[in-house]
Design a protein around this ligand. Structure first.
Ligand SMILES: [Zn+2]
Length: 312
């Protein structure tokens, strides 16, 4: 044990000595009054992008800074705090975690002095599988993950009342579909909706924990809201509901294609290597994300098709 600990500490020390190599280069972009987004790479996890593949954001208010998602690692979280300090002297006073996927919450080590709020489903998932998600991300991203542990949120997001920070009135929206708990943060004072991974923009949606029917319901309900600017979990910030529509269209195409393939008895391997139509082949992380969705979604659709098939 002692030998193992010494080894780990030695590795940590040498990783620390590697210095700048893993530093995140975070440049906040202002998308509305007092509202900033740090755009992630439209890529899969890699050693090169250090896991910074999703969007994070923050709102500067007279009551302090509200952070939406903390990124993939302790170092990302620390870099995010430094980037916030370049913009404002206000302290960070609140963190919201949109959902329990590793690219969105594993930077919370850098915010442990601040209330970290999430939906109950998110907190539960992080408690249960957070450590596995963290160690898996170490394998995919490498030393940029050093010092990262899965911090369990400390508070329940208040989805009953609007929450005021300075002049910013935030509505915390409890949704689901991408995962069992998808929190959206709607700033009524600016019209900015932080949609988390309910919305993917020019990037294929990920489906490991998806309930597609629930996701469609959420997308349709969100489309009815009077937001002005939408910050998707992945991809460029956009005015209006285009990212919601694109996500809905993709999910519809995905499931219809799987149902048609299952009806003609196609194997998962065949479905996996079907060519994508141009519109969807052009999305970032395709065809990889499509193939992952085959493994997530096709077995159940195939089973349903077989059970519905009453030929002897
Ligand atoms: Zn994500």
């Amino acid at each position: 044990m002692r030998h193992g600990l010494a080894l780990v500490l030695g590795l940590l020390a040498s990783a620390g000595a590697m210095g700048q190599a893993d530093d995140y280069d975070l440049a906040p972009r202002q998308v509305a009054a007092n509202t900033y987004v740090l755009l992630g790479a439209q890529e899969n996890f890699s050693f090169d992008n250090h896991g910074a593949i999703s969007n994070t954001g923050f709102i500067v208010t007279d009551d302090g800074v509200v952070v939406i998602d903390t990124g993939p690692s302790r170092l990302y979280g620390e870099a995010m705090r430094a980037a916030i300090a370049e913009v404002t002297d206000q302290p960070v006073v609140q963190v919201y975690i949109t959902h329990a996927h590793p690219d969105h919450f594993l930077g919370s080590n850098a915010f442990e002095d601040v209330p970290i709020a999430a939906l109950p489903q998110t907190t539960e998932a992080i408690r249960e599988i957070g450590p596995d998600l963290a160690s898996n991300l170490y394998n995919l991203v490498g030393s940029a993950m050093r010092g990262t542990t899965a911090v369990v949120p400390t508070a329940k997001a208040d989805t009953e009342h609007r929450v005021a920070f300075g002049a910013h009135e935030l509505e915390l929206i409890a949704a689901r579909g991408h995962t069992a708990g998808d929190l959206m943060v709607f700033d009524h004072s600016t019209g900015v909706l932080f949609a988390g991974d309910i919305a993917f923009h020019d990037r294929a949606p990920t489906t490991p924990n998806a309930d597609i029917a629930a996701w469609h319901k959420t997308l349709a309900a969100t489309q009815q809201r009077d937001f002005k600017t939408l910050v998707p979990g992945h991809g460029p910030v956009v005015e209006g509901g285009e990212a919601l529509a694109q996500t809905a269209d993709y999910l519809t195409w995905l499931v219809q294609g799987f149902e048609q393939a299952a009806a003609r008895g196609a194997s998962a391997a065949e479905v996996m290597f079907m060519p994508l139509p141009d519109r969807w082949a052009a999305l970032a992380v395709e065809p990889g994300e499509y193939r992952r969705s085959v493994s997530h979604l096709y077995p159940a659709i195939e089973r349903a098709a077989l059970e519905g098939d009453d030929t002897p």
